[in-house]
Write a protein that binds this ligand. Structure first.
Ligand SMILES: NC(=O)NC1NC(=O)NC1=O
Length: 174
């Protein structure tokens, strides 16, 4: 989709199309719509990032809680969003054997117990081994550092989801 087309979308259409760029948080695109006209994809991304940055810690943690576990119950029962399903399968989360699923489940539970929100990582930029490594390593962070770390991952997920929607001429490194 061209940026001029994005700028001409009604509020309803914009939220319909961009509502999932941050998992289960259509409120963010609803808020960002009022910042039109956008110069380009990077401009939309900047407004989303700003919105998230300005949230209180409870709001940031709320965003994290909207994310499904990696290789969790939603994946097993086929109730992930389309975006999350694609991302988790790209990272090989849908082909784990039962030992790996159990390992992941235990680490996810430990992480949630420690921080009060689920472990979030950009699955499209990481393979199985790296995800497990990060999950163990990030468990040792303190809560504030980990909240910020996880929000950085949300931004990467969002950036890749946006690029699936809006035509982008410039390749920036994530
Ligand atoms: N928990 C978690 O990281 N979930 C996700 N990561 C990602 O790239 N898509 C997701 O749904």
């Amino acid at each position: 989709m061209d940026i001029n087309v994005v700028n001409s979308l009604t509020y309803e259409d914009f939220v319909q199309i961009f509502g999932s760029v941050v998992e289960k948080c259509p409120l963010i695109s609803a808020a960002v719509w009022s910042r039109r006209p956008f110069r380009d994809l990077a401009d939309i991304e900047t407004h989303i990032t700003e919105f998230i940055h300005n949230l209180p810690d409870s709001g940031k943690e709320g965003i994290l809680r909207c994310h499904p576990d990696l290789a969790g119950r939603d994946l097993q029962s086929g109730t992930l969003t389309r975006e999350s399903q694609e991302e988790q399968s790209q990272a090989g989360m849908d082909t784990l054997d039962s030992t790996e699923i159990l390992h992941m489940y235990r680490l996810n539970a430990q992480y949630k117990e420690r921080f009060g929100f689920p472990f979030v990582i950009c699955a499209r930029l990481n393979k199985k081994a790296e995800i497990l490594h990060q999950l163990s390593e990030r468990l040792t962070n303190d809560r504030a550092a980990e909240r910020e770390r996880a929000i950085e991952e949300v931004k990467k997920i969002c950036s890749l989801r946006l690029r699936n929607i809006v035509r982008c001429d410039i390749q920036t490194k994530l």
